[in-house]
Design a protein around this ligand. Structure first.
Ligand SMILES: NC(=O)c1ccc[n+]([C@@H]2O[C@H](COP(=O)([O-])OP(=O)(O)OC[C@H]3O[C@@H](n4cnc5c(N)ncnc54)[C@H](OP(=O)(O)O)[C@@H]3O)[C@@H](O)[C@H]2O)c1
Length: 282
């Protein structure tokens, strides 16, 4: 039996996900909704994806309640904006649909609102900030390694394509903060971004180095170094289809578990660090 899924936000991420879901045996995409007034509304999803017609006509999100009622999804996946998702996901929760949130950039207040919808209407909520199985495993392993390798220096190197505007990457920053907390380094003041000048390395710091160039999709490397040995883990994203592999694992987990607020780590079978979603706060 396939899991019935609604997708809100057929933008860059939404389109990658939709394309993969259309051919996935575990998923039945029953609804795609976009911004009211968008030129995508009323068009066949296949046209947007440059595929043959799918029969799925993109709906406007200002008629979501009716659309949910007509298509009865088990879960909704959102890749829009924080403001849009707050409105849309409240309607989804009210309709008894579980919420998987791929959108990023929420304030603490907005996150609390999302949690309250899930609790009030007894549906599941997963804040899927990082949709890469490998990065989630890297985060988990790095925290464990840091706890065991007390006293080792920690450095992080991330690499991305030449067009990326922000540095360091959000993932590198979260990785550094998570490891810092494990080894009693201040997760704000203890981070160093690149290095220059005449200052010796402080034992209580983690440096993040950002490399930019070419078409690199994304590389994150964490290095633990003592006087006598060195241990490192590297994750490399090869393409955006990896997002769908992670999403499928989350969908299955939510589908098979009672309503609750779950982390991606739980869905992937890793121990949850804490049952909070505050890493997401912008
Ligand atoms: N979790 C992860 O691993 C991950 C990875 C990458 C990105 N993201 C996040 O996912 C979000 C979307 O990213 P993106 O790159 O796909 O952005 P995007 O290309 O701008 O797509 C956003 C989509 O949301 C739609 N939208 C806007 N307002 C809406 C509304 N009120 N109702 C319904 N749909 C609405 C837009 O419609 P129109 O096109 O018609 O305007 C567009 O299709 C961002 O928050 C981004 O940070 C998460």
């Amino acid at each position: 039996m396939a899991i019935r899924v609604a997708l809100i936000g057929p933008g860059r991420m939404g389109q990658v996900v939709a394309r993969n879901f259309l051919k996935h045996p575990l998923v039945k995409l029953v609804l795609v909704a976009s911004r009211p007034g968008s030129e995508k509304v009323g068009r066949d999803l296949g046209e947007i994806l440059e595929l043959p017609p799918t029969g799925l006509i993109i709906k406007s999100s200002d008629h979501l309640a009716e659309a949910f009622n007509a298509t009865r999804p088990d879960l909704v996946i959102d890749f829009t904006t924080p403001e849009a998702s707050l409105r849309n996901l409240k309607i989804a929760a009210k309709s008894g649909i579980h919420l998987i949130v791929g959108t990023t950039g929420y304030t603490r207040f907005q996150l609390e609102a999302l949690r309250s919808y899930a609790e009030m209407y007894r549906v599941s909520l997963v804040m899927a900030t990082n949709l890469s199985i490998g990065i989630n495993v890297l985060m988990h392993a790095a925290r464990k390694m840091a706890a065991i390798l007390g006293g080792f220096d920690v450095e992080i190197i991330e690499e991305h394509h030449r067009y990326k505007k922000d540095a360091p990457s959000g993932t590198a920053l979260r990785l550094a903060q998570a490891v810092a907390r494990e080894i009693e380094i201040n997760p704000d003041k203890g981070l160093v971004f690149g290095r220059h000048g005449n200052k010796k390395r402080d034992q209580k710091e983690i440096a993040i180095h950002a490399v930019r160039g070419g078409g690199t999709v994304g590389v994150h490397k964490i290095i633990f170094i003592s006087d006598n040995e060195r241990l490192e883990i590297t994750h490399e994203s090869l393409n955006r289809n990896a997002f769908t592999d992670c999403l499928i694992r989350i969908l299955e987990y939510v589908y098979l578990h009672p309503p609750g607020i779950y982390t991606v780590e739980e869905a992937l079978g890793l121990e949850p660090p804490e049952k909070v979603v505050e890493e997401e706060v912008s």
